[in-house]
Design a protein around this ligand. Structure first.
Ligand code: IDP
Ligand code: MG
Length: 141
């Protein structure tokens, strides 16, 4: 079933010039970018995006990281896009991520881990709407 997921190429991966490699992985896996922008999040924007993690000890540090430079924010569309993207990403901690995954290739540690991907249909709906109005999502390709 075709679905959409929100992906972020985080500031660490953008700084490392890994945008091209990561976009290529999405496309080769059949995940089509249907919306995309480079955005330097203000810290309150990062806090809003990660509100679900507000109570976690790493929340402040995570939001500082996510607002430390520009990210690439994308909507990916394809069969099973949510799980497919999570599989491409690998485990949260790059040291535990399977070989061949994005986090194994580009992540530094459990915080600076190169990419984000929605983890469920509900999360995807919230996250896509957080960054993109419907008129900026290009369907029908
Ligand atoms: P996920 O990105 O694999 O879905 P989450 O548990 O949703 O992982 O955590 C969101 C983000 O918070 C992670 O991608 C990572 O950047 C950061 N994070 C998660 N766990 C830790 C931690 O234990 N220490 C520091 N940062 C963390
Ligand atoms: Mg998550």
């Amino acid at each position: 079933m075709s679905e959409r997921t929100l992906a972020i190429i985080k500031p660490d991966a953008v700084k490392k010039l890994a945008i091209g490699d990561i976009l290529g992985r999405y496309e080769k896996a059949g995940l089509k970018p249907v919306a995309m922008k480079l955005l330097h999040m203000a810290k309150p924007v990062a806090e809003g995006f990660y509100a679900v993690h507000k109570a976690r000890p790493f929340f402040d540090s995570l939001c500082t990281f996510m607002s430390s430079g520009p990210s690439v924010i994308l909507v990916l569309q394809g069969d099973n896009a949510i799980k497919k993207n999570r599989d491409l990403m690998g485990a949260t901690d790059p040291a535990k991520a399977d070989k061949g995954t994005i986090r194994a290739a580009h992540g530094t540690n459990i915080e600076f881990n190169a990419v984000h991907g929605s983890d469920s249909p509900d999360t995807a709906q919230f996250e896509i709407g957080f960054f993109f109005p419907g008129m900026e999502i290009y369907d029908g390709r």
